[in-house]
Design a protein around this ligand. Sequence first.
Ligand code: DGJ
Length: 729
Amino acid sequence: MIRFDAQENAFYLDNGRITYCFGVVKEGYLECRYFGRHIRRCQGSARPSYFDRGFCSNPDPQDKRFSLDTLPQEYPGMNQGDFRSPAYVIQTDDGRRVTRFLYQGYEIFQGKPPLPGLPATYVEHSQEAQTLVVHLADAHTRAQIHLYYTIFQDYDAICRHVEVVNDGSHPLWLERLMAMSMDLPRGTYDLLTLSGSHLMEKVVSRRPLTADTVVLDSCRGASSPQQTPCVILTDPQTNEHQGQVWGVNFVYSGDFQGVVQTSQYGDVRVQMGLNPLTFGWNLEPGQRFVSPECVLVYSSAGLNGMSHTFHRLYTQRLCRGPWRDRVRPILLNSWEAFTFSIDEGKCISLAKQAAELGMELFVLDDGWFKNRVDDRRALGDWVADPVKFPHGLGSLAQGVRDAGVDFGIWFEPEMVSYDSDLYRSHPDWVIRSPFYDPVLSRSQLVLDLSNPAVCDYLVQAVSAVLEETQASYVKWDMNRHITDLGSAWLSTGQQRELSHRYMLGLYQVLDQLNQRFPQVLFEGCSSGGGRFDAGMLHYMPQTWASDNTDAVCRLQIQAGTSLLFPPVTMGCHVSAVPNHQTGRVTSLQTRFAAALGGNLGYEMDIRTLTPEEQEEVKGQIHTYKALRETVQHGTFYRLLDPQQHNDGGWNIVSQDGNTVVCCQYRILADPLRRTTVVHLQGLDPEATYRRQSDGVCFGGDELMYAGLSDQPVRQDFVHVLSVFEKVAE
Ligand code: DGJ
């Protein structure tokens, strides 16, 4: 899959479906040549023309046509005549930022090495992938940059990261270090991003790329609900089903920067990496720094094609542990109905009712630990409140299991309240500057996870509860962003390292807990989908997609999320109406239809359901269980553009191809009652499919090419759920 062509001085990464090619020019510079659909060779038929342009700097004085400012590059530096966005900036110990990293050589090997301390895609057998490492070196500092590229046999993705090694005798200061940089040729592209906010995460935004630089970033200490660390470029005519797509996604959960820069000559630079605003790293002689990983996907089959690659790669080779391949439990969560006023009696009665309705897991959310009567106190003290739980958590968990469902529990381990025993005994464990009172958010402070003692405490505190309760599920929350970046643990010279060290500490804590409790299903959360990213999925195979449980908003949030992440990674709950966030009233049926597009749960006081509603919920759970394998492990297709808000639809095809679940929805009623037709995807055109609801049989070709219509009614917020089974020939 990877070869070096000595004649062309070029590297080819190729799995028969995609080709990634770059060359070595002037014996030192890496020229980006092609990333796209498989081609046999890349001899330069589309190479840009080079000539002596105004303001061009010439590293080779004999060749005025050659300038780094016009060369499409793989990993450009600064101070060498490329005035576009640099991939790295390294300050030397004389205070300057002038370096010359030039090509030295390469290695190719089978498999894919892990990234120490960082989340990353992986292989189970070395034959699944090949890795190329390209070595660059700077003669003056004797530092090296190693560029890593992995291509997979079965996924149309290239994974990139970089390492910097200081082999010299003076310290270096890393100011900027992107995980990847790539220059796409001049053309007309659209840029798609997933932007949002708390309660409205991952909203798709699409615009034509014209000129200038677009920067996407987070400096919040989390990937954040505002920006997702991904850049998606498409041809202007690309839609869900056809057209070219280049998707870049960062496997990281902290501060990031994505850059899309249209150069003065129209080519497009794409970069993704750690956010230089909050990143800096002191690299002493002999030390190595490893950047997080970036996944680059190419699809010539539209946005669904890109999503399929991310979905398959992430569920099969990013998520880990026994839950990776299992179906996920239907849960009842205590939060929206009870917030902090939860106690043993309520838990047991809810668990009994949940079991009767067919649910499988009861999750005790916030409010269970000592003194936690509101959000102003107690974070950090992970021991049960003796008033609410007089018999302790072990007995509660057993009571829940005796009622017929498993037991799960909520934590927000990265945080601490002023009013807590933890803060009183360790005020120096908080992220802050000694000179100012730290800014509070949700009345809480952030623990300094760069300090190993803090990480040890978290592992021990969470483990004690998991051991006592034998919990099978943990919801891991994070409800504020980080300010006052300062650490009592780190030295003066290391303060700029805090943001990244925080993430390394968090990843280490999660890794230890994963190893200690492999049977526990972890679900990530950050006030909803505030940290729904590929980094977290390595430790927690699902994430609570949004605090917004309104069925109408959820359709949009989940459709945006599905660009990168499949239904099995999304927590989706049916909640009470009027909805807590929007006040909107939708039917139980509509709320179920929205939650069906992910891992189903309920988040309401189910004891107050009428007998009719109870029957309806029982029916929903029965339906979901029958479809669960397909919904959670099938292939997901968006049928309509998620930006087109009133009508939507998706279908999922089971792994064996025999079951198809299709959901069509319409938000506001159309007075003309016009029909919306969706064209199903991924079916066998030759096969026949029987619709479960009425037994009518359709050809796969008809469902895909003629499509499936809805039945417009005079009502808002309606959906049609259709299940098809392939009929044996
Ligand atoms: C924010 C989460 O998103 C909610 O689901 C809930 O767990 C609260 N935190 C609890 O404080």
